[in-house]
Design a protein around this ligand. Sequence first.
Ligand code: DGJ
Length: 699
Amino acid sequence: MSPLILSAAGAALLLDTGGQGLPRVRHFGAGLGPVAGPDLLPALAAPAVPLLPAQGDSWYGRPGLSGSRTGEHWPVRWTLDRLDAEATPGAGGTVTIAASDPRAGLELVSELAMDAGGLVTMRHTVTNTAATPYRLEGLTCALPVPERAAELLDFTGRWALEKVPQRRAFGHGVWSRENRRGRTGHDATGLLVAGTEAFGCRSGEVWAVHAGWSGDHVHYAERVHEGVALLAAGELLEPGEIILAQGESYRTPQVYFTWSGAGLDDASARLHAHLRAGRALPVRPVTLNNWEATYFDHGLDRLLELADKAAAAGIERFVLDDGWFRHRRHDRAGLGDWYVDEQVWPDGLHPLADHVRKLGMQFGLWFEPEMVNPDSDLIREHPDWILGRAERMPPPQRHQQTLDLARPEAYDYLLERLDTLVAEYALDYIKWDHNRDIAEPVHDGVPGVHAQTLATYRLLDELRRRHPGLEIESCSSGGARIDYGILARTDRVWTSDSNDALDRQAIQRWTGLLVPPERMGSHVGAPHDHVTGRSLPLAFRAGTALFGHMGVEWDLTSASESDLEELATWIALHKRLRPVLHAGNVVRADHPDPSALLHGVVLPERGVFGFVQLTSRVGSGAAPLRLPGLDPAALYEVRVAGPVPDGAAMPEWAATPVRLPGSALGELGLPAPALRPTSVLVIEVVKVAGCDMRSHADF
Ligand code: DGJ
């Protein structure tokens, strides 16, 4: 028996590689210290979860692999054929495991890695080695969580209200979040979290799993009566979707596992660090999107005026949304006809694009590549390109159907159209939308979401290969396609179609567990929100949008001069603070007052916090603002950044900036202002150079 340890950033994964079968995971959680594998042998009596849970390894819960063939195939009992590991203590590592069951006619390769931030990724590949077809029904990745993980947290939602938390006790049985919408879904959990009792953002021990996949998927938590529990995730396959002929393989999406000894924030920070270690993003330009300003009304003069106002307010990118292509005067026609509408735009988009560029802004364009309206030239010519059964139309949603992207002709058409338009207008940016759940997705006679998702990924990858500077936003009726599969090939997500800042506070807080602020689109909406009808002050709308990739989605041609000036002030503040907002550690205080939120973004030298009064306070005394995430030994100067909210009763420190160590700011906190509901106070902390409290005698 030779235990193998991967460790990094305070986390560790312990694999028991002894025995003939697959390794067992004995521990995923806190670092184990400077201990060598063999020293751990006495501790390995604890129950464990096989790398791919199966009865052959005495796992009586839900199996990691399920499938069938005619004749002998079940149960599968793996024999370990090869194990390659590269692990550096404290710096993570990789493990590749090959196993087989010749009687079942299957081979397995499992790839496991821990990155430098302690995030674990896992994926399995199964290959059919027998002569008869193997009908794969499911292949998921799992890691154990210990007995003390007593509660579960996951997320649900709907259009314009994504990522609503739900919590429950983690009892015996399976809690499974399944998605069959053909896209990630408004109700997708994103993260499925298990934690110790009453865990919060900054307290308790938590474990979480996320499937990096934009099609049907499953996340589940299971506890069996032997006392063992696990978190698992993977693609959700329909019967008949994957039938492996001899020699064919299926590879799972990448599944992410994260752990924290101090609440959700650290678990989330490992995910953010993983994304940030990938493609580096240029400075995030403040964006104007015309959707809620003009909808389908693409009068050139109006758009030029909007661009003028945008540039004057300090906006750096102009995105033309839905409505620019042939037949698209409303949402009932045109999807698929990706040619600039000659009637609305007789000179193409050039007059607008040129004007936008002259104003010093980038130019972006909306597409919904995977969708078609039956009322389009494309579908009149190719009715058989609709994803579905040939003899009947799937039920419509928003008057649209899905294009069968796994059909090479449909894929080639789209690639040519996108490629041509990106080149013709030198597009800086694409907003890539997907506005329906996919119903009855039959491709070539079998369920087709798997093939559709891979084709979308291929299309995105190819477009990026041809246009390396192009940025892409993943939108899906707001936040219905937010996952690490799409984020591997896009630069930001449209978080929600709700620009209502009150709802957005919660949506951004929880979407932000997966998505770092610089990749989370957050726009200043109209004074009366178009979705909820709620009226909110500009300072609250802007102070909410400030903490993401800021933008504006409001008809600035109808805004007053004083509103435009105020907006410009907020945009300037965002630009000043974005080096912190878009690179720092996100912190969410467990603020005791449910009528308020306290959150921030912290770098070693600087931090920005938002104290948000959502509704009226019950008590008359406000809880202090305990600012999390600062270096306890550093001295900080604290000041108000941005406008003081209307009607606020401000404490003394707001007028005269105070200097306090991070320890005091985190422990005692600052006296809170009394804010009216729907107000945000932005607070900035800056480390006082050369002042390290570690040298103070009483520290
Ligand atoms: C849904 C998106 O989420 C909106 O922002 C907008 O782009 C519309 N689609 C356009 O049809």
